[in-house]
Structure formats: C-alpha cells, structure tokens
Write a protein that binds this ligand. Structure first.
Ligand code: GUN
Ligand code: ZN
Length: 452
C-alpha cells in the first residue's frame, strides 16, 4: 500500500453537481491493489480520523499541495496538436486549410508514433489522465496511439476515423487489397482494431465517424451495425457545431429530422456515444440525447476560438442529458483543464437571448472529472471501472496541484475564504504550472509521470 497526506478534493456522487465537492484541508489518501491487481483508492478522508488505522504505513507528506482526481478530456484530436492556434474564418475553412493537410502526415507509422508519444506526455503534463481521442483515417495512427497509451497504462479511448468522402484523397479511408471498396475496408479495419484493443488493459475502442458530411450513408450504416454488435465500445463524432456545417449535413441527409437525428437514424446514438459540441440544438434534439443516453462533449475554448457558438447549459440541464468538458485541441486553444474550465464559465455567462448563468467552480471541476466519467460510462456503476473521482474503489489516477505555483496564484489562494474561492482562483489563474505531478494507477505501484 502507498499513502499520501495533503489537502484532498473528491466528489459526492449523490450530491447536486453544483455543490458536490468534498474537501479535506489535511487529508489522507491510501492506495492499494484491488482483486485484479489494479491500483485503486483503498481509503480516503481526514488525516486525523484515518491515520490511526494505518500504523506503520509509509506516508508521503505533501504540505501546501492539493490532491485531486485526474482530469478527463472527453474530446481531443491527437493529430491536431501541431495546428493548435491556426486562425480561420470558421470551422470548414479551418478543416480545409490547416487540419486536413496536417492529418495526412499520419499515414506514416513513424510520424504517428513520435506524435503519439508527445501527445500523451503533454496530456499527462497538463493533468489529463483519461481521454477520448480522435486519431486519423490511417490505421497506423490508431495503432500508434494505443501502443503509446498502453505503455503509460493510461485509460485512453480512440478509434479509426471514418471518412469516405468530401475530404482530400490522402485523408479518405482507402480501398482494401482484396478489392473491397474504401467504405467496406474502413469498417473491416475498425472491427479489427476494436478486437485488437477494446478492453486490453485500460484501453477502449471508439467507433468514429468523423461527422456526417464526410461519411456516406453506407459508412454510417456500417458504423451503426458495428455499434450494435459491440455495445461495450464507444462511439464518437461531431454535431451541431457551426451553421455552415449544419446546412451541409442537412443537404446531404435531408430525410433525417435534424443533423443530430441523422446519427440516430443510423443507430449511432446510445449509451457510450459521445458527440462533440452540441451547440445548435432544438428541444427535440435535446430530448433525443436524453432518451438515447448519448453524451455531449463541451468544447468551450474551441467554440470561442472558431466562433462556433455557445453551449446552452440551462436547456441541457432541463432536458437532462449527460455532458462533460473537452479541449477539442487543435480547434481548442489549450490542453489545460484549467483553461477549459474557465472557457466553460465564460460560455455559461453568455446572456444573448437567454439569462447568463454563473456556473459554480465545483460544477466546472466536476464536468472535467466525475461528471465526464459519468458521461463516458466510467463512473463505476454495475462493476464498470471508475475514474474521475477519489472514492474507495476508484482507479488511482490523480494530480498533485501546487496552489502557490505563481506569485499571483499564491497571493490569491492565500486569501481564499472558502473552497469555491480556492477552486475559482485555480480555474482562472491556473495552467500546467500548477500541475506538479500526475500519477497514473499502476498494476504494481504508483509512479509519477511527466518531466517533474
Ligand atoms: N468537425 C469535423 N471534424 C472536426 C474537427 O477536426 N474539429 C472540429 N472542431 N470539428 C470537426
Ligand atoms: Zn473535434
């Protein structure tokens, strides 16, 4: 067993997410193996109450530090790190001029492997321990990302990007050697990759139609059939991000009631289906999200950078569908969960055509940890793995935060009168400098990762 003494943050799963944080100013986190040998939280609580139960246990004492659940990025593009910060007149020109050219380079296994190492090290350095990530349409990019995540024992979900039309030829799925066309081959490749990686260690497979405009009806139908055959696998895509994108999707699938219902019509909405953006929805779309169990990945820095729009928190709450936060790098401007949480606060404040909301810092933090885990189906219900929290039984992925990482942050957190003020100071002033250590659950023992 291994133990840490520090301030501790976790979430009460039975509480209102707006006020669900449980904080110990002087806490003890005890880790140990579960029945399968995976490292999980064995015990957690106030130091004074717990310490007497563990006489002789070696404890790493970290005064002035805050231990919090590792962050979960619900939507990030591994092949877009190199185009972060590329300005464009909205989504479609951004894809065409910056993103599609860079993604073509991932045809090379060597390029993919080098980029996968850098991408995962950057996620960890920013405190992200679980990610649902896009790769490219090249199987080599998927293999590289899974292999690099397996080496780090990270909980990572990805899959082959399905796109058989409306993009440069070098980025479309390819025909197979035995005469199978590109569409058929992309589905064969997806199933092979799924069988190779789904459930291996902490890895998961996501069936990944990029978005309706780059997928033929046959490809969406095949993806839906795959999703029905493998209910434990995830589905990821994009929806209702940008007005031009929506008009394009509507013109290609006019028989569907809406852009979102196109995915439903092909069997692509269910538990473990995650749709990025979900901005320009109507009430029926929101009801469909709720009824099918699909979840939204909110990408505030991307939506602000590309001018896509503002997620409607109040309507989402009313409809009751699940959601969590995501960076959407390279459309997003940072891998830092602190930047994403601040972006979400700004998006919530949008008051044009509706009342602006002041999301609580606890709610923002929950959306990037316990709430995101719930949206991904990784919150431990019915024997599923649990991440995004530090309750007994949760996988031991956590961050060690320095609340005095910069002079202004030290000054501001010293003045924090309560937990909300402390969390808000970190959200507004924090970035990778705050993340002193990221710890990933190990089958044998916890080991710090990243450069520090
Ligand atoms: N829609 C389809 N592809 C993409 C992408 O790579 N990024 C974003 N933000 N939206 C998309
Ligand atoms: Zn995206």
């Amino acid at each position: 067993m291994k133990a840490y003494r520090a301030a501790l943050l976790r979430f009460d799963p039975a509480a209102d997410p707006r006020q669900a944080a449980v904080y110990e100013a002087d806490g003890l986190l005890v880790l140990g193996p579960d029945a399968s040998g995976a490292e999980v939280v064995h015990d957690v609580g106030a130091w004074a109450a717990l310490a007497p139960r563990y006489p002789g246990l070696a404890v790493e004492h970290l005064p002035g530090r805050l231990i919090a659940p590792g962050f979960i990025d619900m939507h990030v593009h591994f092949p877009q790190l190199n185009v972060i910060g590329s300005p464009a007149d909205g989504l479609l020109p951004w894809l065409e001029n910056h993103t599609f050219p860079e993604e073509q380079r991932f045809e090379s296994p060597a390029y993919s492997a080098a980029e996968a190492e850098f991408f995962l090290d950057e996620l960890l350095r920013h405190g992200v321990t679980t990610a649902l990530a896009f790769a490219t349409s090249h199987p080599a990019s998927v293999q590289a990302l899974f292999a690099a995540a397996q080496q780090r024992e990270m909980r990572l979900i990805t899959g082959l990007c399905l796109m058989d039309r409306h993009a440069p030829a070098a980025l479309l799925n390819r025909a197979g050697p035995a005469g199978t066309d590109a569409t058929e081959q992309s589905l064969i490749d997806s199933e092979n990759l799924l069988q190779q990686w789904q459930g291996v260690g902490r890895l998961g497979y996501a069936i990944t139609p990029r978005f309706a405009p780059t997928c033929s009806a046959a490809q969406l139908r095949g993806a839906g059939e795959l999703a029905a055959r493998y209910p434990q696998a995830w589905i990821q895509s994009h929806v209702a991000e940008n007005h031009d994108e929506i008009a394009w999707a509507r013109s290609l699938f006019p028989q569907s009631r809406s852009y979102l219902s196109t995915y439903d019509d092909f069997g692509l909405m269910r538990d473990r289906a995650v749709y990025a953006h979900c901005i320009h929805f109507d009430a029926e779309d929101r009801a469909l999200m709720h009824a099918t169990g699909a979840a939204a990945a909110l990408c505030p820095t991307s939506n602000l950078f590309l001018g896509s729009g503002f997620f409607d928190y109040a309507s989402a709450e009313q409809a009751g569908f699940r959601y969590g936060l995501a960076s959407d790098v390279g459309g997003g401007t940072s891998l830092s969960p602190f930047h994403t949480m601040l972006g979400a606060y700004v998006v919530g404040r949008d008051g044009r055509g509706k009342a602006g909301l002041s999301l609580t810092p606890q709610h923002l933090w929950w959306q990037h940890t316990a709430g995101a885990a719930q949206a991904l189906g990784l919150d431990g219900r019915s024997g599923r793995p649990a991440v995004g929290n530090l309750l007994p039984g949760c996988e031991a992925d956590f961050v060690l935060l320095n609340t005095q990482a910069t002079p202004l942050l030290a000054r501001r957190t010293a003045r924090a009168a309560n937990l909300d003020e402390l969390l808000f100071a970190l959200i507004v002033l924090g970035d990778d400098r705050v993340v002193e250590r990221t710890v990933i659950a190990r089958s044998a023992r916890a080991r710090p990762v990243g450069p520090r």
